[in-house]
Design a protein around this ligand. Structure first.
Ligand SMILES: [Zn+2]
Length: 423
């Protein structure tokens, strides 16, 4: 009985490699989840969906005048190609790429502060720039211990047109501004196309109310360069352990488990799923999402995108069993949001590392900063919560999204689409 943090940790170690959305490694992890399901006699289904992908064959960046130097850079995914001999142009640093920054940008390769968002991109295209440069990281980075961020132009950028771009280290960006580079050259060659990302789906039929469905979700993909154990191998193995528990203790309601691909690329797996399964969503009475867990030092949190009574339920349960968890009624930036957008009440659980214990979204998302005890701690609470909800005589969560949460979801999804920086 119960859930086992040690077993969760073992599976987490197995899937702890970079699993970028749409990559062969993501598919490998999906198949490992299917194999794990098979050991419990549960058949997992792979659900493919298309995502854009690219392969940079060559990228090079040089300052030509007033000095000559080549810098290590990364090509901007889906930003097209330069001519074979490269793109040579005058250089301008255009800060936030506001209109007044761009008065003199025509025909130039422009560098913006940090990352670029669709508004900045629209401005530089309208100003007639011919290439762009972004930068990532911190001046504290050691070159051999950090990665230049991998960034991609998504649809909301491409509608304004396409010009080649690169990303460089902040230290190098500062150097070329300080030393007044005037003429630069970008060489970029990449193949662009589509590939498959996958959701993994499994189900346990309810014994008493099979038509009512509680859906457990977690994304299993990672950002580039991250082993994604904290984000979100941990949630992946936690819902696997919940499934194991319910295989051994058949639930009254039907339980569906979905591991999403390409969450880090903009909730692509969950957005695809809610469109494809829209009709079935009518039967989903609650969505339970786990995204980020396992830090050795940290605290449990819950975001309720549902009626306030569910916030109170979690708070009462916390006091009843003596398990601290910070609970708010809000939107969580994760796969729960597309479901809430379709009217499915949602709750997201996480355990956040504190201080500098668990840097996320880079190569420092490492298994040594997580523990089986931490997974056990959060999983124990999740199980107690589920025991009260899944087998309730009358399902206690109203099947509606309150007005303030409808607004919050709309704001989140709209803002995300308009303002999202390129990642
Ligand atoms: Zn995540």
């Amino acid at each position: 009985m119960g859930v086992c943090g040690k077993r969760e940790f073992e599976l987490l170690e197995k899937i702890g490699f970079v699993r970028y959305g749409g990559s062969p490694e993501e598919l490998k992890a999906a198949n490992m989840l299917i194999d794990e399901l098979a050991t419990m006699g549960v058949k997992g289904e792979l659900e493919p969906f298309k995502v854009s992908c690219y392969d940079v064959k060559e990228v090079k960046f040089e300052v030509l005048e007033p000095f000559h130097k080549e810098y290590t850079v990364r090509g901007f995914g889906l930003s097209g190609n330069t001519a074979d001999e490269g793109l040579t142009a005058e250089f301008a640093f255009v800060q936030q790429a506001e209109k007044m920054d761009l008065l003199d940008a025509k025909g130039k390769i422009v560098m913006v502060n940090g990352n670029i968002n669709p508004t900045m991109y629209e401005n530089i295209i309208k100003a007639g720039a011919v290439g762009f440069i972004t930068f990532s990281g911190s001046v504290l980075d050691k070159e051999d211990e950090t990665d230049i961020e991998m960034r991609t132009l998504k649809e909301e950028f491409l509608k304004f047109g396409k010009i080649p771009g690169i990303t460089m280290r902040v230290k190098d960006a500062m150097e070329i501004v300080r030393d007044k580079a005037t003429k630069v050259k970008i060489t970029l060659k990449q193949d662009e196309g589509e590939c498959d990302s996958h959701n993994v789906i499994a189900e346990i039929k309810g014994t008493q109310f099979p038509e009512e469905v509680v859906t457990f979700v977690a994304h299993y993909d990672t950002v580039p360069f991250a082993n994604g154990v904290y984000d979100n191998g941990a949630g992946t193995v936690m819902i696997m352990e919940m499934l194991r528990h319910y295989v051994e203790n058949p639930p009254k309601r039907t339980l569906r488990f979905v591991w999403f691909g390409s969450e880090e690329r903009g909730l692509l797996g969950s957005k695809y799923y809610v469109e494809k399964h829209e009709k079935e969503l009518e039967n989903v009475v609650l969505l339970i999402n786990v995204d980020m867990a396992g830090p050795i030092v940290g605290c449990d949190r819950a975001w309720v995108t549902a009626d306030m009574s569910l916030v109170h339920m979690v708070e009462y349960l916390s006091k009843e069993i003596g398990h601290p968890i910070i609970t708010v009624q809000d939107v969580y930036s994760s796969d729960s949001t597309p479901f809430a957008d379709k009217g499915v009440p949602a709750i997201s659980f996480a355990r956040y590392g504190v201080g500098g214990s668990n840097p996320g979204h880079n190569r420092f998302d490492r298994i040594e900063y997580l523990s089986a005890d931490s997974l056990q701690h959060t999983s124990d609470f999740l199980l107690k919560f589920c025991e009260r909800i899944v087998d309730a005589v009358v399902f206690p969560v109203p099947r509606e999204i309150p007005e303030n949460m409808v607004e919050a979801v709309n704001k989140y999804l709209k803002k995300k689409a308009e303002k999202r920086a390129a990642k």
